[in-house]
Every structure is written in C-alpha cells, then in structure tokens.
Design a protein around this ligand. Structure first.
Ligand code: UD1
Ligand code: UDP
Length: 358
C-alpha cells in the first residue's frame, strides 16, 4: 500500500513523526509538504530532530490569505496525487494544508484518512473549525483522539469509518520527553531554574488579529514577571504592527520559536503554562503542568473538566489571577491514550486497503 502524507505546518510535522515511522514498517509513504510554514524554526528543525524523512514533494506555497493559500495548495497537491496515484491520502489536524489535502484527494475519488478527527470548538469564526468540519465530512477514515471527538462526529451523523485510537501527540511525547531531559540544554542556555518561570505561547488568529485582545494579553504578560515567550512569527508581525513589540520585549523574555525537544523540556519545567495553542494544552496536561488557556473555549474539554486547564479568554485580570492562584492537584486520567495511537491508526489503514479491494 502507498500512502501520501500531506503536511505543511508545525503541528502537522509533530503529528506526522510517529505515524510516518509506523507506516514505513509495513507500507510505502510519500510525503507532500505544502510549504505553509517555512522558517527554519517552524519547519526544518522538526524534520531534523524527529527524524522525519525528507519530503518527496515540496510545493513551496508559503503565506497568503486563506483562499489564496488554500487554492494554491489544492492545485499543487492535485498535480502530485494525479501523478503518483497513492492508495490513500493522510491529513493531520486542522490547518489550511489539512483542508487542501483532503479536498484534493476526495475530488480525485481517493480515500482520505484524517488524524485528529472530531475536534470541535463550536466557533465557526475560527479558521481551524471550518477546516475540521469540512475535512471530517470528506474523510473515509476519521481517527479520533478522545471519546468527546467520537461523540461530536456521531452528532453530525458520522459513525462508519470513525475510530477511537488515542492521540498521536501522546505517542511522540512519550518517545521524546526522556530524550529531551537527557539532551536539551535549553534551561542552562537561558539560565532558567525549574518551576521558577511561566511559559507563554500565543498565535491564534482570534487573539493576534484582534488588537484589543492582543493588547490585553500583552498587558497581562508584562505585569507577571518571569515569563518566557517563544514567539510565533505571526504574533511577532502583529505585535510589531500594533506597536506592542518593544514594550513586550522589555518586560517579557521573548525568544524565537524553539524545537520540539527544547519545547517539551521548557513545558515540563515551567511553573505554569499560558497558551492559546491546541497542542500545548494537551502537552501541559500530559506533563502535569497547570495550563491557563487564553481562549473563550477549547476543543480539549477533558483537560478543563479534569481541573488542569482553565479558560481565561483575553481578560487581563483573569489571566493574571490564574497565573497567581490556579493550582490544580486532581488525579489525572490517560485521556489521550496509551501512546500506541500511531500503531492503531496504521493497522486500520492497512485493513481498509484489504476491505476496499474486496
Ligand atoms: C497555522 C494554522 C493554525 C495552527 C498554526 C500552528 C491555518 C488556518 N492555521 O496558523 O491552525 O495552529 O499554523 O503554528 O492553517 N509566518 C512566517 N514564517 C513561517 C510561517 C508563518 O513568518 O514559517 C507568518 C507569516 O506572516 C504568515 C503568518 O505567520 O502570514 C501566518 O501563517 P499561516 O501559516 O497562514 O497561519 P498560522 O498563524 O501559522
Ligand atoms: N511547539 C514547539 N516550539 C515552539 C512552540 C510550540 O515545538 O516554540 C510545539 C508544541 O510543543 C506542540 C506544537 O508545537 O507540540 C503545537 O503547535 P502550535 O502551537 O503551533 O499549533 P496548534 O497545536 O495550536 O495547532
């Protein structure tokens, strides 16, 4: 069986790493990289650190408005799929790359498998929510990380092809945390002491593209002391445009985005994490670090229900107050699976080929 894995953005690469390893044990893989993310620290660093094979095709699409970017990807991916004729297209998460990959394949009547299916924020203003809904509905196989995700798909009429497998991000975290603890020198490099700093990330369009929200988040981080902020390029651009960059740099330790191993160690060693990232919310839970989510809702509702994640929106007072006093202790569950999601996913994919040809 020949599987085309379609990726383009940082969280796609991290999810691809454990799945690609599993695919290559029993099948052939073709990697198509759209080029949605392209800075070294948003792209190549993950291929190098996580041993992901070089992409077979790099489309070099880059940044642009949603329609422009997705349209260019759609054209480029279609050309490759028509030439290579893989047996299945595999897409990850909820980026524009995910949507373009799923759409290109399904229009060619090629089976599509979606990893991280069924997630919903129920906020259609989020570009990611539109991507998730459309991709789930045109996929033949939906691999759900949580029970909630399975339930969401059921409510939308999807049962056939839905599999509860656990989360591939649990697989890669389990593989990498010990390596990170042994090999990452980031704490020494930045002169950080475990549990003496807050780790913050912000990149969601709803926060960065709304000047009021971005200013309130900046104000909160500036007042907190000991904040380390690996800054997404989107956020850097908008902070500069909004004249918030200089002040943030004076009061907060702003650094370039870091690689996955350094990030895991920074997360594990943080006193608390403040974020609007989906992946970082899950990692905070799995590493047992209190998470303060600067959004109005989350797809990862279990982390909030379990008491390890709190939603504070872009409300300065709530952010600062949670940073001071949010202190969860409740017992945790293995809510993202046992670390064997990639293996289970590939088993289903190989079995699908058998059934498809019957
Ligand atoms: C994308 C995803 C988002 C995901 C995030 C992960 C969509 C709609 N959004 O958001 O779901 O959480 O990736 O990080 O797909 N830029 C650079 N260098 C890069 C990449 C981006 O400078 O390597 C800047 C550009 O100014 C670009 C902006 O960041 O316009 C936004 O990039 P884009 O890929 O469109 O969306 P993200 O915000 O990264
Ligand atoms: N991440 C990283 N370096 C950073 C920030 C994030 O390696 O400087 C990792 C993080 O550990 C997680 C993933 O990127 O595995 C999350 O991606 P991101 O926040 O870009 O997107 P989202 O998950 O919100 O879609």
């Amino acid at each position: 069986m020949r599987i085309a894995s379609i990726v383009g953005a940082r969280p796609n690469f991290i999810k691809l790493a454990p799945v690609s390893r599993e695919i290559r044990k029993d099948a052939e893989e073709l990697i198509i990289h759209t080029g949605q993310h392209y800075d070294y620290e948003m792209d190549k660093i993950f291929f190098q650190e996580l041993g992901i094979p070089e992409p077979d095709y790099h489309l070099g699409i880059g940044s642009g408005s949603h329609g422009h970017q997705t349209g260019e990807m759609l054209k480029g991916i279609e050309d490759v799929l028509m030439k290579e004729k893989p047996d299945m297209a595999l897409v990850f998460g909820d980026t524009n790359t995910t949507l373009a990959g799923a759409l290109a394949a399904t229009k060619l009547h090629m089976p599509v498998a979606h990893i991280e299916a069924g997630l919903r924020s129920f906020d259609r203003n989020m570009p990611e929510e539109i991507n998730r809904v459309l991709v789930d509905h045109c996929s033949d196989l939906q691999f759900c990380p949580t029970e909630t995700a399975v339930g969401n798909l059921k409510k939308e009429g999807m049962i056939k092809g839905v599999h509860l497998t656990g989360d591939v991000m649990a697989d890669i975290l389990k593989d990498c945390i010990r390596i990170a603890e042994k090999s990452s020198g980031i704490l020494d490099d930045l002169d950080l002491k475990p549990k003496e700093y807050y780790l913050a990330t912000v990149h969601r369009a709803e926060n960065t593209d709304d000047p009021g929200r971005l200013k309130r988040i900046t104000d909160a981080l500036c007042g907190m002391g000991d904040v380390l902020f690996p800054c997404h390029p989107r956020t850097e651009k908008l902070l500069r445009d909004g004249a918030l960059w200089d002040r943030l740099n004076k009061e907060v330790r702003v650094i370039k985005p870091v690689g996955y191993l350094d990030m895991l160690l920074l997360e594990k060693s943080a006193r608390k994490i403040l974020t609007d990232s989906g992946g970082v919310q899950k990692e905070a839970y799995m590493l047992k670090v209190p998470c303060i989510t600067m959004r109005d809702e989350t797809e990862w509702v279990e982390t909030v229900e379990d008491g390890w994640n709190v939603l504070v929106g872009a409300d300065k007072e709530k952010i600062v107050s949670a940073a001071r006093s949010f202190d969860p202790h409740s017992e945790q569950r293995e809510m993202f699976g046992k670390g064997d999601a990639s293996q289970r996913i590939v088993e289903v994919i190989l079995d699908f080929e058998g059934k498809d040809q019957e």
